[in-house]
Design a protein around this ligand. Structure first.
Ligand SMILES: C[S@@+](CC[C@H](N)C(=O)[O-])C[C@H]1O[C@@H](n2cnc3c(N)ncnc32)[C@H](O)[C@@H]1O
Length: 210
């Protein structure tokens, strides 16, 4: 296991018990953008990469109780919080990293990655894995901090010194380029704010054949 992975794992194992409370309004704002990007019947297979404490799943199961959901995260502590929530026995929780998903090819209709891409040391491999596990025409939703906002640029500079878990914040163009290189077609890309500090972006990407 690399030291970066261990750093992330330790940081989130420590934060896990207080995470939902501390980030309540931020999570409501950012996960709402994920939900708004989803177009579900209700019985689809959904993969949440770096799912954390499963707040997204809590919202998903409230609306669509018959979804089949797998949540993957590096931190056992975060997954423990997720599994303890009511109704979460309907999801499967796996300890794994985004660059090597222990999941079969073409197994999901939707892949979601919220508030986490800025930690990924191997973004191309992570996107390659998202592509591999999605079925043809499946959809990926990425929501993350956006370097196009001045507040986020400053935050990124600060995090580079202060947070060893942090890796890189992307702008919309750079992230759009990465997803296209990974074989996705960009269907929607928008920016939004949560509070005055968090400048966010949401990319809705469709898997292309080939
Ligand atoms: C800020 S939390 C976001 C959790 C959740 N998606 C949410 O929106 O609440 C970031 C999560 O990413 C996980 N993480 C970071 N890098 C990862 C990686 N390479 N693979 C899997 N999980 C990762 C951390 O353990 C942590 O739970």
């Amino acid at each position: 296991m690399t030291s970066e992975v261990e750093t992330i794992r330790r940081a989130y194992d420590r934060q896990a018990p207080g995470y939902d409370q501390r980030w309540r309004s931020y999570l409501a704002g950012t996960l709402d953008a994920v939900l708004d990007g989803l177009d579900l019947r209700g019985d689809e297979r959904v993969l949440d990469i770096a799912c954390g404490t499963g707040e997204l799943e809590r919202f998903l199961f409230n609306r669509w109780p018959d979804l089949r959901v797998v949540g993957v995260d590096l931190s056992r502590g975060m997954l423990r919080q997720a599994a303890a929530k009511a109704s979460m026995s309907r999801a499967d929780w796996l300890v794994a990293g985004s660059a090597a998903l222990p999941l079969p090819d073409c197994a999901f209709d939707w892949a979601i990655c919220a508030n986490s891409f800025h930690y990924f040391r191997e973004p191309e491999r992570a996107l390659g894995e998202m592509r591999r596990v999605l079925r043809f025409n499946g959809t990926l939703i990425l929501v993350d901090w956006c370097d196009d906002y001045l507040s986020c640029k400053l935050c990124s500079m600060w995090l580079r010194f202060s947070d060893p878990a942090f890796c890189r914040m992307y702008g919309m163009t750079a992230l759009g380029r990465l997803v296209k290189q990974a074989g996705f077609q960009l269907e929607r890309a928008d920016r939004f704010r949560v509070g005055w500090i968090w400048g966010m972006m949401r990319l809705v990407c469709r898997l292309q054949p080939g």
